[in-house]
Design a protein around this ligand. Structure first.
Ligand SMILES: C[S@@+](CC[C@H](N)C(=O)[O-])C[C@H]1O[C@@H](n2cnc3c(N)ncnc32)[C@H](O)[C@@H]1O
Length: 176
């Protein structure tokens, strides 16, 4: 993880980082999901972070639009020797999510900020009741995510709260 953090800093890669990452890891540790959906893999930092908290009977499906990043993520993930299976799908989450089979009980959204609501609505049919939807950058990109934040806050479909972490924050929503 330290290696990826250094590489990310050097190359200005927007990984979730250790502070918000600790909160994400804590949520995973406490809820022990079996099927995690991640939107926005980049080079695999957050997938590894979540995977470190899970056992071999869990699975993480992570979607990345850029092939080069997805390949780098594959390398980083195999070097991390974590227990759960991690499946990287290269493609646009808007096209990929409707093709996913099975149900998910945890979702981490961290891709194009103006598309969060689309990802969530497309994923809703395959999210179990009680699924935690953890959305990154709800502080610094609140404006771009306004439709998303309004939906999870006001639709009645989620119990949702904002958690400030340093200069940014995350929106943590539970599907009702
Ligand atoms: C903030 S980074 C993800 C960081 C990663 N979750 C982490 O913390 O290590 C966002 C990633 O989402 C990808 N992305 C953007 N739009 C996407 C889309 N529509 N479908 C899939 N991936 C997308 C970008 O290429 C980028 O790699």
């Amino acid at each position: 993880m330290k290696k990826i953090e250094s590489a990310a800093e050097l190359n200005f890669l927007p990984i979730i980082g250790p502070k918000k990452g600790a909160l994400l890891a804590d949520k995973i540790r406490k809820t022990k999901p079996c099927h995690v959906l991640e939107v926005g893999t980049l080079i695999g930092y957050s997938a590894i972070l979540m995977g470190k908290e899970l056992n071999g009977d869990s699975e993480i499906v992570t979607i990345e639009i850029h092939r080069e990043e997805a390949e780098q993520a594959g390398e980083n993930i195999s070097n991390a020797f974590i227990k759960p299976k991690i499946k990287i799908i290269t493609g646009n989450a808007i096209e990929v999510i409707p093709t996913l089979l099975g149900k998910f009980d945890f979702t981490f959204i961290d891709a194009e900020k103006t598309e969060y609501l689309q990802y969530l609505k497309l994923a809703e049919p395959i999210l179990e009741r009680g699924t935690i939807v953890f959305a990154d950058n709800a502080g610094v990109f609140a404006e771009q995510m306004q439709d998303y934040l309004s939906y999870v806050g006001n639709s009645g479909n989620y119990k949702s709260r904002y958690v400030q972490v340093g200069d940014d924050g995350v929106e943590i929503s539970v599907k009702l």
